[in-house]
Design a protein around this ligand. Structure first.
Ligand code: 1GP
Length: 250
């Protein structure tokens, strides 16, 4: 079963997933061992690997290092078309549907498609939606797009529905790395209620309580990066908060 089929099967039974975001620019290579060990022990479901810039050339090295230490699937979350590697298992093929920058809706994809076509990567088309998290994020600046206001759940819902109708296989709502305010639960609840496809939620999630509230509101995959970079031990509690949701409902 590929990663997407797993996500669909898990969604059917209400089983929630936890993805740890690793930004190769921010993480020290020596911290990776600890994060990978904690993640494997805590049954983290996925590593997302990516960042808005990636100024170093560590992508391949980090992917190889993680792969040698665990079996957690590695999913590329590319901030630009240079962040590609055959060493990952899959890629979020992101279309920035909250913005109106044609290059990030379809332009970069045209350039990348021939590479992906012959790659072993599982390609998962993803409607990527930036939600205002209270501060201008790197993604918003780099993409030259406005995020959806956090109090405009109706816009978020219509955008996500349009993405699904266009055939995108996942929707990812992101307040941006290090957002001051993570995405409100009422928006998650409205968007998830209008979708069939799995919903990823991330940006500014710092506590297990918020992660839990998000899955209760309807998020299928919780993505956490910054908080874990600061305190890797959080992985254990976050994982329990997210995964116990299914158990408590069973
Ligand atoms: C950012 O959603 C991810 O694209 C994760 O955000 O780093 O704030 O957890 P944080």
């Amino acid at each position: 079963m590929n990663i997407y089929q797993q996500l669909i099967e898990s969604k059917k039974v209400g089983q929630k997933k936890f993805a740890v975001l690793i930004d190769p620019d921010k993480l020290k290579v020596q911290d990776i061992d600890r994060i990978v060990r904690l993640a494997a022990d805590a049954h983290v479901d996925y590593f997302l690997i990516g960042g808005s810039l990636i100024v170093n050339n560590m992508l391949d090295e980090i992917l190889a290092k993680i792969k040698s230490q665990c079996t957690i699937p590695l999913i590329l979350f590319p901030g630009n078309s240079f962040q590609l590697s055959y060493r990952a298992d899959a890629i979020l093929f992101l279309s920035l549907i909250s913005g109106r920058n044609a290059d990030l809706l379809i332009g970069k994809h045209v350039i990348t498609a021939p590479y992906l076509k012959v790659s072993p990567l599982e390609v998962m088309s993803t409607g990527y939606m930036l939600i205002n998290g209270g501060a201008q994020t790197t993604v918003s600046y780099m993409s030259d797009t406005n995020p959806i206001p956090a109090n405009k759940s109706d816009i978020a819902l219509c955008t996500a529905m349009a993405g699904e109708m266009l055939g995108l296989k996942l929707i990812y709502m992101d307040a941006g790395s290090g957002a001051i305010h993570p995405i409100p639960e009422d928006m998650i609840s409205l968007v998830s209620g209008g979708l069939q496809v799995p919903l990823l939620v991330g940006g500014g999630i710092r506590t297990p309580e918020k992660a839990r509230a998000n899955v209760e509101a309807g998020a299928d995959v919780i993505v956490v990066g910054n908080a874990i970079e600061k305190d890797p031990e959080l992985i254990t509690e976050m994982s329990i908060a997210i995964h116990s949701y299914t158990k408590s409902k069973a």
